[in-house]
Design a protein around this ligand. Structure first.
Ligand SMILES: [Zn+2]
Length: 435
């Protein structure tokens, strides 16, 4: 199987040039001017950008939480991602307390195996790591799971204490892997929540009002400090406030391998935050729960609302429109934020995250002029299995037109041409491509 893409403007994190791209089977084999070889399929990309497929390193598909399960499973979630120009996800497997992390990985493999439209990997959420279990982290790394996530919040469910965080970080540092942190002072926040409920403050808005940004900054500072001593790269997930970002920047300035991602909801649903510099990646934390029957679990008590929002499908257009079109970031930076940086951090570069000879042919043909209004009712912008869109009514210019996943055209003219199970599990390498 071969595909020739003609006349595209190839954009990577560092390049910007006009070229034809020739793909044989799953990989890019030639890039050049006026390529004339025979191909099974030819795509005219005149006037379009060719971006490396998006990489979303933070999703929660088919995830149990708060007495329900996230609404997208590995079939619907990866399909929605593909429509939006994302060709790789890294989802989170979760160790329940007392369970081996290797067993937990098996559970998540069963959820995803044979169902996905695009390639995927797993991080492992570690909830229980006594001394007898620490060796499992290397076994996970050998199985291609080279990053772990620890929580400083949700005591009794996901929370781990600082000793466990240090233990995990030290081992990850020795093995060349990465630790992702949900960083906020969840113990203090739970006290604030208890007080609010006792005072009759139960509406959903108190979810936000009980989470002072100083408590996020404190968690970020603590996570990075422990990582610095444990000598491990640390990746702060879904960073949401300027106070917390300041802590990341201070650490980076003294040479710590500290990274942060943010998500469209923190960029676009609170405009005051957008001007901040210094973030490395934009994921979605796609964690969809429907309003009907799911979010309403918390209608009388905000602390029972299943946390999380959908976004995996709309990330590329939102960041392009709000970043590139608004003159805030360059095209190269757009690619870095939506694909390359995460591919590098999480051991997938250069297989993923760029357009280059030998790389997987995960390519998005992107129309910079196409306008769409994001809506749950717009069949072009909403394939997520969730009954609302957080960006309802947002107008975007710049939209994914055609998507290739490992050389196969899976989205074209608004239609899906792939099949369930096309996506493969990705065994990821060590941090930053280290050996
Ligand atoms: Zn998350």
């Amino acid at each position: 199987m071969s595909v020739l893409i003609k006349n595209g403007r190839v954009i990577t994190a560092v390049d910007d040039y006009m070229a034809d791209v020739f793909i044989e089977n799953e990989t890019v084999t030639q890039i050049g001017k006026n390529l004339e070889m025979e191909s099974d399929e030819t795509i005219d990309a005149s006037g379009k950008y060719l971006f490396p497929g998006g990489l979303d390193p933070h999703t929660h598909l088919d995830m149990p939480f708060g007495g329900t399960t996230s609404a997208d499973d590995f079939e619907s979630g990866t399909l929605a991602a593909a429509y939006g120009g994302t060709t790789t996800l890294i989802d989170f497997a979760i160790q329940t307390k007392g369970q081996s992390t290797l067993e937990a990985l098996d559970v998540w493999h069963k959820k995803a195996d044979g169902k996905t439209a695009i390639d995927y990997g797993f991080h492992m959420i570690v909830t229980d790591l006594d001394d007898d279990r620490v060796h499992e982290m290397k076994l996970l790394a050998d199985a291609g799971v080279t990053s772990y996530k620890l929580f400083m919040a949700y005591p009794g469910v996901l929370y781990v204490d600082d000793g466990t965080i240090y233990r995990a970080m030290r081992k990850a540092g020795e093995d060349g892997t990465v630790v992702c942190m949900h960083a906020e002072n969840g113990i203090v926040i739970d006290e604030i929540v208890k007080r609010a409920l006792a005072e009759g403050k139960t509406e959903p808005k108190y979810h936000a009002l009980t989470r002072p940004t100083r408590m996020e900054a404190e968690g970020v500072h603590r996570a990075i400090s422990i990582a610095e001593v444990a000598e491990v790269p640390v990746y702060i997930v879904h960073l949401s406030s300027a106070d917390a970002l300041e802590q990341v920047m201070l650490a980076r300035n003294r040479g710590v391998h500290a990274f942060a991602e943010t998500c469209p909801q923190y960029l676009f649903l609170d405009y005051s935050y957008y001007e901040k510099e210094g973030l490395q990646s934009i994921s979605t934390d796609h964690c969809p729960f429907c309003f009907k029957d799911q979010k309403t679990l918390g209608i009388d008590d905000f602390s029972k609302i299943p946390n999380g929002g959908p976004g995996v499908e709309n990330r590329m257009s939102l960041v392009y429109n709000g970043g590139v079109n608004a003159g805030r970031i360059s095209l190269n930076k757009f690619v870095e934020l939506t694909s390359t940086a995460a591919a590098k951090t999480f051991g997938l570069f250069p297989k993923k995250g760029t357009i280059a000879v030998g790389s997987d042919a995960d390519i998005v043909v992107f129309d910079p002029n196409r306008k769409e209004t994001i809506s749950v009712d717009n069949p072009c912008t909403h394939h997520m299995r969730v009954d609302y869109n957080a960006y309802e009514g947002f107008e975007v210019t710049g939209f994914t037109e055609t998507v290739l996943s490992r050389g196969k055209v899976i989205i074209k003219d608004g239609d899906y041409h792939g099949k369930k199970g096309d996506g493969q599990f990705l065994k990821r390498g060590l941090y930053g491509g280290m050996k």
